[in-house]
Write a protein that binds this ligand. Structure first.
Ligand SMILES: Nc1ncnc2c1ncn2[C@@H]1O[C@H](COP(=O)(O)OP(=O)(O)OP(=O)(O)O)[C@@H](O)[C@H]1O
Length: 267
């Protein structure tokens, strides 16, 4: 079982990704594809007069402040155009993909963080009306039903709260939770960089291998949103996923290359 997360920031090559999945075929085993939606969400917010706001937590994690309007943009972008354009690309290549969000059938059930603590101008503040959350469980039965029937699930990172509310959740951590719940041997976190760089943005400083019991000491190299990928990797490994590979989604054969060990291999 292979779980792949492809980034939603600019620069990822979805055509190349889908070409590679089609070339690998079903003989390569079952695949679940999770994706992000940052770039499209930003564009929608800008176009509709409600630009994105990114906030940093006291522990240094960067995330999108998701008020109700932003949640709607996120649903339109991640749950809509990004999800459906991946399904369209896969269908055009003969793969019977089904696009869902984690909200559907509670594929991802989570806990809302209605109030978040942030650091701005060196001071801590509380922000209310936030619609982000953390994942608590995965409806692996629904994903297995789709996989067993021969479909390739394409999952947008929305979750369902205990009260049935839609939540914006981190795509990398969503993929980690899905990989763990399905007992995947490999989780690929593909984005617009070659992997974890020791000296970002110098791509020649790629860290090629991280021992699974030493992920913590590499967290310091990750800035901003890369931290969530390293955290996701750590969560997946702790829950039994065999290996996590941070790979490049800008290039041809990105899945095959990452599976072959190009990128940052954590195991
Ligand atoms: N040490 C590092 N090595 C590599 N990339 C880093 C590092 N530190 C920070 N980054 C940043 O992390 C970014 C990748 O994370 P980002 O969340 O933007 O990707 P994404 O997965 O496409 O997003 P999403 O799926 O949430 O839409 C890179 O484009 C880079 O700017």
């Amino acid at each position: 079982m292979l779980v792949i997360k492809v980034g939603g920031s600019a620069g990822n090559n979805y055509d190349a990704l889908c070409d590679d999945l089609a070339a690998r075929g079903s003989a390569a085993g079952p695949v679940v594809l999770v994706h992000g939606g940052s770039d499209e969400t930003n564009k929608l917010g800008e176009a509709l007069g409600h630009p994105p706001r990114f906030v940093t937590s006291p522990s240094g994690y960067t995330s999108r402040y998701t008020d109700r309007r932003t949640l709607e943009f996120f649903m339109m972008a991640a749950g809509g155009v990004v999800n459906k354009s991946l399904v369209e690309r896969l269908q055009a290549r003969g793969i019977n993909a089904v696009g869902v969000s984690g909200l559907d059938g509670r594929i991802l059930a989570g806990k809302r963080k209605a109030t978040i603590r942030i650091v701005e101008d060196g001071r801590q503040k509380m922000l209310r009306d936030d619609w982000t959350g953390t994942i608590e469980s995965v409806n692996s039965g629904l994903l297995r039903t789709l996989l067993d029937a021969g479909y390739l699930p394409v999952v947008a990172p929305l979750a369902c709260s205990e009260r049935g509310e839609a939540l914006n959740v981190d795509g990398d951590r969503a993929a980690a939770a899905i990989a763990a719940a399905l007992g995947a041997d490999t989780l690929l976190l593909l984005s617009n960089v070659p992997g974890l760089l020791r000296a970002f943005p110098d791509e020649s400083s790629l860290i090629t291998h991280i021992p699974r019991n030493d992920v913590e000491s590499y967290l310091g190299f990750a800035e901003g949103r890369m931290k969530k990928k390293v955290l996701g990797a750590q969560e997946a490994l702790a829950q039994g996923v065999g290996q996590v590979i941070l790979g490049d989604a800008r290039v041809a054969e990105c899945v095959t290359r990452a599976v072959a060990g190009h990128g940052t291999v954590i195991r």
